[in-house]
Design a protein around this ligand. Structure first.
Ligand SMILES: *[C@@H]1O[C@H](CO)[C@@H](O)[C@H](O)[C@H]1NC(C)=O
Ligand SMILES: *[C@@H]1O[C@H](CO)[C@@H](O)[C@H](O)[C@H]1NC(C)=O
Length: 215
């Protein structure tokens, strides 16, 4: 008699463990309705009208016929800009890079990012939790995935031409933590930063001054 690969009990266990993996891989919390209607916040029954327009985002129209911006620019279509995304576990951002400009190291705490180069080329990279760096030079038409929560960057190394990319996120509200801003443009004490980075307070203050808003 041929040995069976799985008896009933182990098959059930296997199915159950796949279910757990699926739960662990889920994006935003599941909703119990088809979509989430924004709450009426003025209490007078003026509920948002739900029609096709509610599910439409027109904020990217500014890109049509628009030239490259003077500084690195992100146009977002996330829950804040596009409330219909609430509960749908997806969002977009359009990244515009002038020549020679990076998007500094940052993380998205709630989502992985799938970046698609639609103009120019980009140097990209991320660092995993063992501090190993993975980099790539992306050509027009290439895609790159930044795993959820890991520090990553993009850089338009071309000194003459702009670049543009569209990024999809597995969350309606991926969040962005900019490393330079988060560490040096918050109000963490200079002494703590100096000791943490094994340098002196003057060096920390110089870095902070560079990030401070220009008058
Ligand atoms: C209801 O919402 C519309 C659109 O935002 C607004 O023009 C109108 O003044 C609101 N009515 C009341 C009673 O708040
Ligand atoms: C630093 O923080 C201030 C206040 O939040 C902000 O206006 C400024 O743009 C930040 N600097 C950079 C380089 O983002």
């Amino acid at each position: 008699m041929a040995a069976r690969l799985f008896d009933h009990a182990s098959l059930l266990l296997l199915v159950a463990s796949f279910a757990v993996v699926q739960m662990a891989m889920a994006g935003d919390p599941d909703i119990l309705t088809d979509f989430v209607v924004p709450e009426d916040n003025n209490g007078n029954g003026n509920v948002t009208k739900i029609d096709g327009s509610f599910f439409t985002f027109t904020g990217m129209r500014v890109l049509v016929g628009g030239g490259p911006p003077p500084a690195f620019k992100v146009l977002k279509a996330a829950m804040a800009e596009f409330p219909a995304l609430n509960g749908q576990s997806v969002s977009y951002a359009v990244l515009q890079f002038p020549a020679g400009i990076p998007n500094p190291p940052h993380t998205h705490p709630r989502a992985s990012e799938l970046l698609f180069v639609i103009d120019g080329s980009l140097e990209v990279g991320f660092v995993d939790t063992t501090n190993k760096l993975f980099t790539q030079t992306l050509q027009l038409g290439d895609m790159f995935v930044f795993p959820k929560g890991l520090v990553h960057f993009q850089y338009n190394a071309d000194s003459k031409n702009p670049a543009m990319a569209v990024s999809a996120f597995g969350s309606a509200n991926a969040g962005t933590v900019s490393i330079p801003n988060n560490v040096f443009n918050s109000t963490i004490d200079d002494n703590i930063l100096a000791k943490s980075f094994k340098t002196d307070v003057a060096t920390i203050q110089k870095i902070k001054a560079g990030l401070a808003p220009k008058p």
